[in-house]
Design a protein around this ligand. Sequence first.
Ligand SMILES: NC(=O)c1ccc[n+]([C@@H]2O[C@H](COP(=O)([O-])OP(=O)(O)OC[C@H]3O[C@@H](n4cnc5c(N)ncnc54)[C@H](OP(=O)(O)O)[C@@H]3O)[C@@H](O)[C@H]2O)c1
Length: 284
Amino acid sequence: MIVVTGASGRLGRLVVSQLIARGVAAGDIVATVRNPARAVALSDLDVRIRHAEYTDPDSLRTAFAGADRILLISSDSARNRFNEHRNVVTAAVNADVELFAYTSMLRADQSGIGLAIDHRRTEQAVAAAGLPAVILRNGWYLENYTDNLATDLATGVHLGSAGDGRVAAASRRDYAEAAAVVLSGDGHAGAVYELAGDLGFTMNELATEVTRVSGKPVIYSDLSSSEHVKRLVDAGVPESAAELYADWDAGIARGDLDVVGPQLHRLIGRDTTRLSEAISSVLV
Ligand SMILES: NC(=O)c1ccc[n+]([C@@H]2O[C@H](COP(=O)([O-])OP(=O)(O)OC[C@H]3O[C@@H](n4cnc5c(N)ncnc54)[C@H](OP(=O)(O)O)[C@@H]3O)[C@@H](O)[C@H]2O)c1
């Protein structure tokens, strides 16, 4: 039995559907959700649904009963992420699983991006627990850019502070497929996969591609980190979130999220989603 946590989220739902596409029986998949109302996102997939809240060890113990393999999809809690992950690791140890997979972050061991700290600590907790584990160090989602396309097109400007840094983003679907390959296959225990798009792009290249695909001119305006934060706050973004976005762009400027090699391509057996495809898919 394969358990996918955070299955009501965008990545989790794709992992579940990719497992089914790879021939795993729906009855052998447990999708965990923290909020039963959000299970509706999975209702057409016919999988088993269980309740699991990362802050609630009892719910995790019950949800993991009978699990052979577990995928921990990282929490979106900025304040409590590591403690939540540690609860999941403890429950996985108690379930005596044969494989534990974790969606970490690209170059989590050396990235200077603040978010990497929780991922690094989680990887260390997984190793210390002695779990047979595979670490999926996911790079940035292409959707981080395409979700904001409407604003870029309306203003004609993509704002950022990433300089000439490159980001090797791939689609959620690419990362989900890689997770499904690992969860349904053999020989992955002990691996740490650095997963990113085949090709990186700068923010200038992003703006050029948006212009080319949409036919509407968009330029990239490169700001200092402090000016980036200020402009986001002026636009209504909470200051803590604005600081996170600027921190991510500083990481891109340093190369923390650039191409790492073909591991994602190899796992999914095809090219990763191209920027132009991702842009087209939201414009049509
Ligand atoms: N690589 C990137 O560019 C990138 C971008 C954004 C996020 N991420 C990370 O990747 C993860 C998955 O991405 P996504 O796009 O699927 O995000 P998402 O759509 O926000 O889904 C997150 C999932 O985690 C669940 N979750 C969060 N906290 C939980 C908790 N305390 N207990 C149980 N479940 C919890 C959510 O439950 P609900 O449905 O109840 O909310 C949801 O199912 C995110 O959580 C975040 O850590 C990566």
